[in-house]
Design a protein around this ligand. Structure first.
Ligand code: 9MR
Length: 366
């Protein structure tokens, strides 16, 4: 039995130890993880927490494994920054969620501005996926094979892959991924699935297309970039997660943060944020095939939010000085209260590949 809390002279407030991952595992999840960036080492208190396996058991590189970082020019692969993160995770005995292979954003110019036919795009995707996954083979617990292929209305996002291949690029990407590394979980990953049922159904459609092609897909990642005051209830979030588990898939929250607007935050917005983090983590606990939770950074000075959503911020579990916020305490308390209520995550039980008996999708020849 782990000691989760140190109480002061009075029972409240609780001073919570940094044990998110240990608590999550006791509660039956596989990990509690965080996005990491090479620059994190410049902030010593933050970096100490990041490297503490009691607090984080899984890393996702925030940018280091994106196409523009790994294959900036055609045929020339550059793995240094990503290797540093993957090797650090493995030497810390942490899991890696690897991110991401086929995504419209952070593509190098030679892909985004190229003019592609069905065959040439197929070859480019296959080369990228097989090189990258081959390089990291055996080191990634999961890969986000396709990221953000949907618009909020559930339609397919126009991108160079859709343009060249139509909706056949979904199954093709997963097919190339499965061929490159059969040891990893293959995920479709997107944002706003929590907010928009039509978008959530779009991800169901994509998963079904992949399954119908006889190609493995193991999970759907819900990014969970949330906004205080707008986060759906725990029951509503659970309902969304179950859309994917009903297809035999795992689910995970892959990029969680809950931004506050207006700033500065105050005790009431921080308390509301704590409740909303609790609803999200609670929904994962409620779904047996919810594997784990990854936050997209954990300190308010390490966040993508202020530059992307001016006027919003303070979205993380720790403040700008890496001190725990109310959301950290509420998540820790919730995980502690769930200790032993689910069996420990059984990786073997989640390896069923749901494919149909249809013949494998044909690869257009280049
Ligand atoms: O955290 C990443 C940030 O540093 C980049 O500027 C941004 C550019 O698109 O990408 C961020 O990560 C994104 C992730 O890869 C996919 N989902 C949305 C994340 C936040 O934009």
């Amino acid at each position: 039995m782990k000691i989760a809390f140190v109480t002061g002279i009075l029972a409240s407030p609780l001073v919570v130890l940094a044990q998110l991952n240990a608590l999550a595992k006791d509660a039956g999840l596989l990990y509690f993880g965080t996005a990491v960036s090479p620059g994190d080492s410049n902030d010593a208190p933050y970096y100490r927490l990041e490297n503490d396996i009691k607090n984080f058991g899984q890393y996702t590189p925030d940018n280091a494994q994106k196409w523009d970082a790994l294959q900036p020019s055609r045929g020339s692969f550059s793995y240094g920054a990503a290797d540093a993160i993957v090797n650090r995770a493995l030497s810390n005995k942490m899991l890696m969620r690897c991110h991401t292979l086929v995504w419209y954003s952070q593509l190098p110019g030679w892909v985004s501005s190229g003019s592609w036919t069905k065959d040439t795009m197929t070859a480019v995707m296959q080369t990228h996926i097989s090189n990258v996954m081959g390089h990291f083979k055996g080191k990634c617990y999961a890969w986000d094979v396709i990221n953000e292929a949907l618009e909020d209305d559930g339609s397919y996002r126009n991108n160079p892959f859709l343009k060249a291949l139509g909706d056949s690029y979904f199954a093709l990407s997963f097919k190339f991924a499965a061929a490159a590394d059969a040891t990893t979980k293959l995920y479709y990953n997107d944002y706003n699935l929590e907010y928009f049922p039509v978008k959530a159904d779009g991800a169901v459609r994509i998963a079904k297309l992949v399954q119908a092609a006889g190609v493995p897909i193991h999970g759907v990642g819900l990014q969970a970039h949330m906004t205080v005051g707008r986060t759906p209830s725990r029951a509503n979030l659970t309902w969304t997660l179950n859309k994917y588990t009903a297809l035999g898939l795992d689910v995970a929250y892959t990029e969680l943060d809950v931004r506050i607007k207006p700033l500065p935050s105050n005790s009431s917005s921080l308390q509301a944020q704590a409740k909303e983090y609790e609803a999200i983590v609670g929904s994962c606990l409620d779904v047996p095939r919810c594997v784990g939770i990854t936050v997209w950074g954990f300190g308010d000075s390490h966040s993508w939010i202020p530059s992307t959503f001016p006027g919003a911020g303070d979205s993380n579990l720790y403040d700008k000085n890496s001190k725990p916020k109310p959301a950290f305490s509420s998540v820790s308390a919730l995980l502690a209260s769930a200790s032993g209520k689910r069996p420990p995550w059984n990786t073997a039980a989640s390896t069923t590949l749901l494919t149909t008996t249809k013949p494998a999708v044909a690869t257009p020849t280049a």
